[in-house]
Design a protein around this ligand. Sequence first.
Ligand code: BGP
Length: 463
Amino acid sequence: MYTFPKDFIWGAATSGPQSEGNFKKRHQNVFDYWYTKDPSAFYAGVGPDTTSNFYNDYENDLKLMHQAGIKALRTSIQWSRLIADFETCEVDQKGADFYSRVIDAMLANGITPYINLCHFDMPVELQHKYGGFESKHVTDLFAGFAKKCFELYGDRVDHWFTFNEPKVILDGGYLYQFHYPLKVDGPLAVQVAYNLNLASAKAIKAFRELYGQDKSKKIGTILNLTPAYPASDSPKDQAAAEFAELWANKMFLEPAVLGHYPQKLVEILERDGVLWEQTPAELQLLKEQTVDVLGVNFYHPFRVKAPAVSSASLQPWMPDIYFDEYEMPGRVMNVDKGWEIYPKALYDIAVNIRDNYNNIEWFVSENGMGVSSEERFMDKNGMVCDDYRIEFMKKHLKALHRGIKAGSNCHGYFVWTGIDCWSWKNAYRNRYGLIRDDIHTQIKTLKKSGHWFHELSNKNSFE
Ligand code: BGP
């Protein structure tokens, strides 16, 4: 029997752009725009217009989530829905009323709102005018938007987050071309990384100016931590893993929690002539505005080996000059998604946070299993019998439980996701929900994992 601490939170995560549909939205975000330009870039040509229809269906959706035992929901407010004028932060009243109704409905269903402010969804106007987070001006605009959210909903929302997976903004938009603006520019990615940390600190400052020492309100950020494991004990593989860890994890984790960048990373980037532009005042802000709480999205480890080709082959600068990804023979895979399944990494994360990050309060803000064509697993009543998802969660929860027993300060587990949702370029290819969404009818029904999660959340334990 695995029993979790008293008050452990059993939740689910989604985001505005992936669930709402862009009904009545004032502006386009980069994905809305990209889809209008190139629908073929998205799996089966399915775009963000309807997604899971949360905009119209939120009352029913929240009831279903309640039935699946979801006691807290992380979603995001879309900058492109809430704000009418990005420079002045004038609000779009329809957008503001929508989020207000959603928050009320969450509370009415016994679901605690965890509200995030950026889930990859830069308004396209700011991307085209300023380069999005390439620009420091946009970090100020983001803080203004964040402040508006706190003012509008802070009376009912206690848990706030500045970003979801800032690293994916670099990976997708500036290195590997799976998000708009589809650039390949290593040095620019370095600047965007810095600006994302800066934007987060500025939003946290706005939060603290409003709430001061009020400990009932907390602000954090959500990072996708992918522990870097070397392919072997050889010094070259170890060096590859050291850089991968700096680049993939510490570049965001250290400023968020400790208030500074890892010295080693700064030295490498400086030596390579690609260090971001920084000012002493900005570094001071980062130092002062660390997070109260950390959300950790975990799906897969990051196995690396020494690069096969000389760094001279990759010009201009890319972080990949320091490592190649390593496919470990015999690894367990989620073959539909193409990600290795390695639950022990969650234990390693727990212990790392305990030992190197002041044992800060944290929670698993995403973990889940994406599987395609789930109709394959339907029983005669039409219920998806997703035993593979239940097994996946159990294995990860066992590793997490071990980390908590070892003293790590983890207070919750949020599955990705409650209701099947739209996933950027992958659209609806892989389904992650505890609740199935038939996207042709928008009829939503609990999967076997939804019933299992209900029991888990009510017992606070599993066998
Ligand atoms: C995470 C993102 C989510 C979601 C999930 C699954 O990185 O925070 O937004 O998309 O991954 O992604 P996919 O459907 O591409 O497998």
